[in-house]
Design a protein around this ligand. Structure first.
Ligand code: HEC
Ligand code: HEC
Length: 180
């Protein structure tokens, strides 16, 4: 009788362990399915974020919001890494970026910046732009002043003078240009 009950307890324990085992495996499977599904959901979000095209108007609107109330303060006090336009009002710097730089080269902000990381120096084009600005200043303040008998009392060039909406300034007029 005692022997019998020990065996019964043994069988019951075995059955319980088996049932528990099956339940655990079931739990694990449903968890890993859930994990897998949420991984898929995550990777879908990441892909759609990467594929979203850069929105320049939105970037400018966000920046204007960030500097609201400080538009007239010197750019060097409002932004993080100003080496050239230190005294320029912060609001004006954004207009130079939009119209003086992006538009005149026919590009958007991401030609010189990683979007949102404006203070960084990730792209060589950002330093090129500073070097180009130094060249323009030199032409305006030194070279043009040496040339006599020009029409303007104070002749100037800017980025658009050469670039005209292209990253590589043209050496020839387009074929379609009217012949003189
Ligand atoms: C042709 C290259 C070029 C383009 C295009 C350009 N930038 Fe810049 N950006 C610069 C340079 C160069 C500086 C640093 C100026 C300095 O050192 O005084 C700068 C600085 C900035 C800063 C200051 C960041 C900080 O915290 O120091 C912001 C903000 C900025 N740019 C936004 C923009 C936005 C927005 C656009 C597009 C509308 C844009 N830029 C397009 C070259 C560019
Ligand atoms: C006197 C003519 C001239 C002026 C003015 C000028 N550039 Fe340039 N720029 C060039 C030439 C030439 C290149 C080289 C193109 C090449 O790679 O063949 C160039 C290249 C560049 C590049 C590299 C483009 C790329 O994607 O490789 C940037 C950025 C640039 N210029 C910005 C400016 C900015 C900003 C201004 C105004 C501050 C400016 N440039 C004014 C002649 C000029």
């Amino acid at each position: 009788m005692k022997k019998q009950s020990t065996r019964d307890v043994g069988i019951i324990t075995l059955a319980a362990v088996l049932i528990l085992g099956v339940m655990l495996v079931g739990l694990q499977t449903s968890d890993s399915v859930k994990a897998h599904n949420s991984q898929n959901a995550n990777s879908q979000t990441t892909t759609s974020q990467v594929e979203k095209p850069f929105d320049q108007a939105q970037a400018l609107a966000d920046l204007r919001k960030t500097i609201a109330g400080q538009e007239q303060n010197p750019a060097s006090e409002v932004f993080k890494n100003i080496q050239m336009f230190k005294a320029m009002p912060a609001g004006r710097l954004l207009r130079v970026m939009e119209l003086g730089y992006a538009k005149s080269l026919g590009v958007n902000c991401t030609h010189c910046h990683v979007a949102g990381q404006w203070e960084k120096e990730d792209k060589p084009t950002k330093q090129i732009a500073r070097d180009m600005a130094a060249m323009v200043t030199n032409i305006n303040q030194e070279q043009l002043k040496k040339i006599k008998n020009l029409k303007s009392p104070d002749p100037v060039i800017n980025c658009t003078t050469c670039h005209r909406g292209q990253t590589k300034p043209a050496l020839n007029l387009p074929d379609s240009a009217p012949k003189q």
